[in-house]
Write a protein that binds this ligand. Structure first.
Ligand SMILES: C[S@@+](CC[C@H](N)C(=O)[O-])C[C@H]1O[C@@H](n2cnc3c(N)ncnc32)[C@H](O)[C@@H]1O
Length: 226
């Protein structure tokens, strides 16, 4: 990580206990920042770019009959699942914050998804329940990412696919980390960790060719459980 990152990056996540951190994150997302999350995601084009990724089938939802959206937030990714998943697919939205689940339900205006409050490190589902998982910008809130990744690997069936988005350890990532009390990830280290847990990085994705050319937009990858 570069010198600038070290100055601006927030190390709160590593300074407090796991319980204190969880409670802080619930407060942050339950409060005014969480209320502005959907608007912020539109302004940063995150919603539009994520939709493009799924509409163009760079991450193909076709054939996935049960999809878990982890850390749904305001339903930014869940909205794309409702729009593009197979009509008979089961869609389950989970989040640590019940308030964020309420916001997602309000924003999505759909009775189709199941909304379940749950921590990504302790998911209330049997092994191999899901064909697909989407997880956007949640792992940055998990002090030990291996706990979140291995739990997602557990509930994903063998051969199942995951869309993982995570904040990268670059300059813009460092500011994100400051704003949201989260951590950022080194691309290679995260890949090695995933592979060690049986989560194979099948395809690195980029929102647009421009993002790919300048390596912007953060970590975005299709993973397959092997
Ligand atoms: C930045 S938002 C991401 C929202 C959405 N997934 C997206 O792609 O924009 C992060 C969400 O993760 C949730 N979250 C944080 N830690 C979590 C955990 N340990 N388990 C489940 N959800 C968590 C937060 O409550 C918040 O709603």
């Amino acid at each position: 990580m570069g010198a600038i990152n070290r100055i601006v990056e927030n190390d709160f996540i590593h300074r407090v206990s796991a319980d204190e951190y969880r409670s802080k994150i619930k407060d942050v997302y339950g409060g005014p920042k969480g209320a502005l999350l959907a608007t912020a995601s539109k302004m940063s084009l995150h919603i539009q770019l994520g939709r493009r990724l799924i509409r163009t089938r760079k991450f193909n939802l076709h054939g996935l009959k049960s999809i878990l959206d982890v850390g749904s937030g305001a339903g930014q990714i869940a909205g794309h699942l409702l729009e593009f998943a197979d009509p008979d697919a089961r869609i389950v939205c989970t989040d640590l914050s019940e308030q964020m689940l309420r916001r997602a339900r309000q924003r999505l205006k759909s009775n189709r998804p199941e909304f379940i409050a749950a921590d990504v490190t302790n998911l209330p589902f049997a092994d191999g329940t899901f064909d697909g998982i989407t997880c956007g910008y949640v792992l940055e809130h998990v002090p030990d990412p291996a706990h979140g990744l291995s739990e997602m690997a557990r509930v994903l069936r063998k051969g199942g696919r995951m869309l993982l988005l995570a904040t990268e350890d670059n300059f813009s990532g460092a500011w994100t980390s400051r704003l949201w009390y989260c951590q950022t990830y080194n691309r290679r280290e995260l890949m090695e960790l995933c592979e060690s847990l049986g989560l194979h990085w099948k395809k690195e994705l980029w929102f647009t060719p421009m993002h790919k050319a300048i390596r912007a937009g953060g970590i975005c990858v299709e993973i397959e459980k092997v």
